[in-house]
Design a protein around this ligand. Sequence first.
Ligand code: PHE
Length: 362
Amino acid sequence: MTDLKTLESDVLAQVAAAADLAALDAVRVAALGKTGSISGLLKTLGAMSPEERKTQGAAINALRDAATAAIADRKAGLEAAELDARLASETLDLTLPAPYRRKGSVHPTMQTMDEMVAIFAEMGFAVAEGPDIDDDFHNFTALNFPPKHPAREMHDTFFFNPKTNEDGSEAERLLLRTHTSTVQVRTMMSQKPPIRIIAPGRTYRCDNDATHTPVFHQVEGLVIDKGIHMGHLKWTLETFLARFFETDAVTTQFRPHHFPFTEPSAEMDVQCDRSGGEIKIGQGTSWLEILGCGMVHPNVLRACGIDPDEYQGFAFGMGVDRLGMLKYGMPDLRDMFSSDSRWLAHYGFSAFAAPNAASGLS
Ligand code: PHE
């Protein structure tokens, strides 16, 4: 009996001393495993007389039960402690300051757009906006594109599938605007002249190479007032370009062109120097095509409810991404849309330096 008591207190002491689950398992094997100390005692029962077995058997079984229960108890305790330790080590204190990460930057397209808005705002233009998804009327018809005219195809338009009317007939199909001239139409239809707006925004055409992407950005300008002529247009654009390229003056030329919504229409070239690796505006002997413009076509004024005998106007449209590339020396337009963080870290702008007329553009 004394042996049993000693063994019990030994085993219980070992259980209590087991520091982790592996040590506890070793104690279990040593006591209750195949060749364990308590298992060994159980095996001696067979050789005992029935009386002996009665007393000894009960005592040995009690010892086994006590050891089993102590082990289970300790195991649960150790497991709980292990979980607590893990939870404690894995806590996340959301009130701590965030670790340093690379700062975001303003995308060159947005920077360029902000610069353009700052310059035109100073010249008295308001910013007007319209939807990216528009209809045939605002993108083409009101802008004097004749029905079925190839110019509609020239714009490489992304059309949506036509919706179905309640009577089963085909409803008009919407499109992704191919230019922000849609905003000219919306402005003329909702405001009375004099009008002086720019329409910055995203535009879409099914085109993709080093100088064209399916999504790009335009800033379009529109002025409607009495007695407006091409001299006003030329001064506005030259003043804008000199400020944008941060030179004292630029030399420009109008080249005759065709747009259905302007008459006369022109493309404007700016004098530049291409002799080095990069294009320099404001010097040199080359010309660079930079934008489309013209006097608003009387049909467009009429379609928007403005009397062309009373009011005239000019409009111009330019590619924001392209102007950004020229100003900041990027070789491929597609990079502008690739979301490569290394490219953005190199070409991006500080969010704290918003372009404005007082402290400068870039
Ligand atoms: N909407 C023309 C384009 O996207 C640009 C333009 C605007 C030309 C206004 C003339 C006048 O190509």
